[in-house]
Design a protein around this ligand. Structure first.
Ligand code: CTP
Ligand code: CA
Length: 223
């Protein structure tokens, strides 16, 4: 697809993107995970690279090809994703498109056998990668973008999440009806200046528009 207007403003910038799910082991053969194909995150990494950015993509387990011209680092768990993001910083832009598992399991070292009563799993909260990167500090990227997957009252919940996470822009989508694995997405863009509703678009097109939008935000800050 063609470059969205102004996306060339990303040229030479370092953009770090998280994408895909994380897998949290239960034991050596089982895991819990979040739904995510990685399509939207990978499309954003690809669009930023086409716009001339240096792109680092931290990806959970997905079946997608690596986007051309992108430095892809593969991880499995949320803790590995956080470590990979930290080692990729500093960056001009951080985009948290991954569906990070909110909890990990106190994993068993040996395969849990089926004999006897079903096991109970003890869950431990994972680090919030987006909130960690968005927190004020020396390494904070100039622009931090979050995503919100909601199943009702999407915009209001997204506005709350925008404030809570400390990001500069939040991409909200209603996941009640078949976003996962689909090629299209209907999103709302939340910033400090309000909410924009984008029409239903291909995930590639959402990525292009977002790249253009981020380039303009960077340009505005430097002017
Ligand atoms: N996120 C993250 N690390 C986590 C959880 C979420 O970086 N441990 C990021 C996601 O990549 C996304 C944003 O935070 O950009 C919002 O994720 P979401 O699951 O919608 O929000 P949560 O804060 O986890 O709240 P909840 O799942 O309860 O709605
Ligand atoms: Ca979550």
């Amino acid at each position: 697809p063609p470059l969205s207007q102004g996306a060339e403003g990303l040229a030479g910038r370092h953009v770090v993107v998280t994408s895909g799910p994380t897998h949290e082991p239960i034991d050596p053969v089982r895991f819990i995970a979040n739904r995510s194909s990685g399509k939207q995150g990978h499309a954003i990494a690809a669009a930023a690279a086409r716009a001339g950015a240096r792109v680092t993509l931290i990806s959970g387990p997905v079946t997608l090809e690596d986007p051309p011209g992108v430095d892809v680092r593969r991880i499995e768990t949320a803790q590995e994703m956080l470590a990979a993001v930290k080692s990729a910083l500093p960056a001009d832009v951080f985009v948290a498109a991954a569906a990070v598992a909110d909890w990990r399991v106190e994993a068993a070292a040996q395969k849990i056998k089926k004999s006897g009563a079903p096991p109970s799993l003890t869950l431990v909260e994972n680090p919030d990668i987006l909130a960690t990167v968005a927190a004020p500090g020396q390494d904070r990227p100039g622009i931090v973008v979050g995503f919100a997957a909601e199943t009702g009252d999407t915009v209001r919940r997204a506005q709350e999440k925008f404030l809570r996470k400390g990001c500069d822009l939040l991409v909200a989508n209603d996941v009640s009806s078949g976003v996962f694995g689909a090629d299209e997405n209907t999103v709302h863009i939340v910033t400090a200046s309000g909410v924009e509703d984008w029409p239903r678009l291909g995930k590639e097109e959402v990525a292009e528009r977002l790249a253009g939008r981020l380039a303009r935000m960077l340009a505005d800050r430097n002017s």
